[in-house]
Design a binder for this molecule. Structure first.
Ligand SMILES: Cc1cc2nc3c(=O)[nH]c(=O)nc-3n(C[C@H](O)[C@H](O)[C@H](O)COP(=O)(O)O)c2cc1C
Length: 181
């Protein structure tokens, strides 16, 4: 294997993230989003909707009535994790989230079936008497875009010859540095 470079690894991270946006079978399609809840950390799977290396953002969609939304309003810090088994790569990204609800242009582009994800009664996470005791009236006001402004990236590559780890930060203009794995 040719010796990896910091900028090569940074490009690899964003290429894979973009691939996840466009390919439902790519592991970056379903990152784990971690937030800070009132009782400690919370992690869950989301669909990655957009990745933009130029402005270092990742975009996700959720329901404004979900727990993660109130957690992000209280503390916008996030971590995002992906493991790519075929490439033996782990990405850990961290940053801050901003929320935007009720974007009608985005809403009208969603398939009808996807719109039903936003508007359940009772709200996601509420106790129900039976699995079918929930109804959904699609509600564009509940449709929420989460934009994660990425401030740092930690990459771990379990290559056959050795393990590589690198860190990248917005504040150093993503120049990167090697870390002990
Ligand atoms: C494959 C998969 C994809 C998911 N995609 C989303 C998603 O895009 N947005 C979302 O809000 N929840 C998604 N979920 C559900 C979340 O993992 C989570 O259960 C739900 O949002 C409630 O999380 P919360 O209580 O922490 O807010 C997905 C779950 C799985 C397993």
């Amino acid at each position: 294997m040719t010796e990896p470079t910091l900028q090569g690894y940074l490009g690899t991270v964003w290429q894979h993230l973009l691939h996840g946006v466009n390919d439902r079978h790519h592991p970056c399609r379903h990152p784990t989003l971690a937030t800070i809840g009132p009782d400690g950390p919370q992690a869950r799977t989301l669909v990655l909707r957009a990745a933009n290396q130029g402005v270092a953002t990742l975009t996700l969609h959720t329901d404004s009535a979900s727990a993660k939304t109130s957690e992000l309003c209280a503390d916008p810090r996030v971590a995002i994790h992906v493991w790519l088994p075929d490439h033996r790569l782990q990405f850990r990204l961290s940053g801050t989230a901003t929320l935007q609800s009720g974007d009608m242009a985005l809403w009208s582009g969603l398939p009808a079936r996807a719109q039903t994800n936003y508007g359940s009664a009772p709200s996601p996470g509420a106790a129900i008497a039976a699995p079918d005791a929930v109804a959904s009236t699609p509600d564009p006001a509940r449709f929420t875009q989460i934009t994660c402004q990425i401030a740092s990236i930690d990459l771990l590559h379990l290559a056959a010859d050795r393990h590589y780890r690198a860190a990248f930060d917005a504040k150093t203009n993503w120049q990167g540095r090697w870390l002990a794995p």
